[in-house]
Structure formats: C-alpha cells, structure tokens
Ligand binder design. Structure first.
Ligand SMILES: C[S@@+](CC[C@H](N)C(=O)[O-])C[C@H]1O[C@@H](n2cnc3c(N)ncnc32)[C@H](O)[C@@H]1O
Length: 210
C-alpha cells in the first residue's frame, strides 16, 4: 500500500468533513430561500450535505470486500462521498461515474477529487442524472443513491436492466418520506431484491436475490 497516497486522501477527507460541519449555516440560508416555494437543489448550492465519515468508510469497505469495479453515484455535491468511492475502486481496479446537477458543485468536486489524487478513477457528469445516465448500457456493480430523493425510484428503474446477480445498491436517507416509493417497490419485488438497514435505518443496502 502506498502510504503517501493514503495520507493525501485521508488528509483531504479531514479538511472536507471539517468544512462540511459548517453546513448548518449554509442550509439555514437555503431553507429561508425556500419558505415561499418548494425546495430546489439550487438553494443548497453552497452546502455539502455529505455522508458521514462512518458511512464513507462503510461504502469504501463494501466496494472493496465485494470487488466492485463499476460504480455509479447519484449526487456528487462537492465530492466527499466520491472520494471514498474512488479510493475503493482504486483498490479494485474500477471506476466511478458520478453525476451532479449544479455546474458550480461539479467543478468544485472535480478540484477536490484532483487534490485527493483520485481524478484518474472518476468521471463527473454534470446535469440531471435522469439525462446523464439515460444511455448507460454497461453493468453496474455498485450504485450509490444520494441525490434528490424523489428521483431514487425513477433512477433505480432506469438502471435496473444493468443490475446483475451481485449488484449492490446503497441508498442513503431512506428514512425520508420521499423515498417511500422505493421501499414499496422493493417490498413488492421481494423475489428480485432484499435489503438490510444500515446506520440505524438511515440507509438501505439492497442486494439482488435473483
Ligand atoms: C445529499 S447531496 C450529495 C452529497 C454527496 N453524495 C456527499 O456525500 O458528499 C445531493 C446532491 O444531489 C444533487 N442533485 C439533486 N438533484 C439532482 C439530479 N437530478 N441530478 C444530479 N444531481 C442532483 C444536488 O445538487 C446535491 O448536490
């Protein structure tokens, strides 16, 4: 293992997680803007809204343990989770395709991923994931769902034809109301999928059963 490389990645994650702790103020501003209309991604243009360190470590380990190579992420933000995913595929010999709606966030994520020395393992697609992943026609080993919750089920269904018997899907924020349709879909398709709750029910780890 290249210790220098690992230190660069871990140091970058420390800096990013520390900055993300200030999100509470940035989110407050977003919430104020959205008092008179539905919340929009643009309201959180300056907020990371990241996974926790523990979740990042879990994601990384799942990908390594299951030797996943082809990883897709919905919701890059500033790239904290992408760095964990990229560090994992660095070790499995794979790649991450990640997609972010807001151009300013995608650009910042690109810089963060470059700082971590992981840009060779990541392709960032800027735009609506329903469009940027629309023509995806190669197998998906690992899907990480962390964008806007009302798109979890449509995106899941859009990529479903590329799932295989060992595909894993990690869906964050499954305790939020907008994700209920994905839970209903999984429960209605128990012959195809099973899931376990992670992080006290905050996330689902979904496996193929057939
Ligand atoms: C919860 S944040 C992602 C956090 C990131 N995964 C992390 O842990 O560092 C959700 C992100 O999804 C993006 N997003 C929302 N709707 C999207 C869409 N339709 N396509 C792509 N990205 C979208 C938002 O702009 C936001 O940056």
């Amino acid at each position: 293992m290249n210790t220098d490389k690992v230190n660069i990645i871990e140091n970058k994650l420390i800096v990013l997680h520390a900055d993300a702790e200030k999100d509470i103020y940035r989110m407050g501003k977003g919430m104020v803007r959205s008092i008179f209309r539905p919340i929009q991604p643009k309201d959180f243009e300056h907020a990371y809204l990241p996974i926790s360190k523990k979740q990042g470590q879990t994601l990384r380990q799942l990908i390594i343990d299951n030797k996943c190579k082809h990883v897709i992420e919905f919701g890059t933000s500033f790239g904290i989770s992408t760095i964990y995913l990229a560090d994992a595929v660095r070790q499995t010999g794979g790649e991450v395709i990640t997609t972010e709606l807001l151009e300013s966030k995608a650009k910042k994520a690109q810089l963060n991923i470059e700082d971590a020395g992981l840009d060779d393992f990541v392709e960032i697609r800027t735009g609506d994931a329903m469009l940027t992943l629309k023509d995806h026609n190669t197998p998906v080993d690992f899907l990480f769902l962390d964008g806007w919750k009302d798109l979890y089920l449509p995106l899941f269904k859009m990529l479903e034809s590329q799932f295989h018997s060992a595909t894993l899907i990690y869906a964050d924020n499954m305790d939020m109301a907008d994700t209920q349709d994905l839970t209903d879909y999984l429960n209605a398709n128990k012959e195809s999928y099973s899931y376990q709750l992670l992080h006290n029910g905050k996330a689902y780890l979904i496996s193929k059963t057939t």
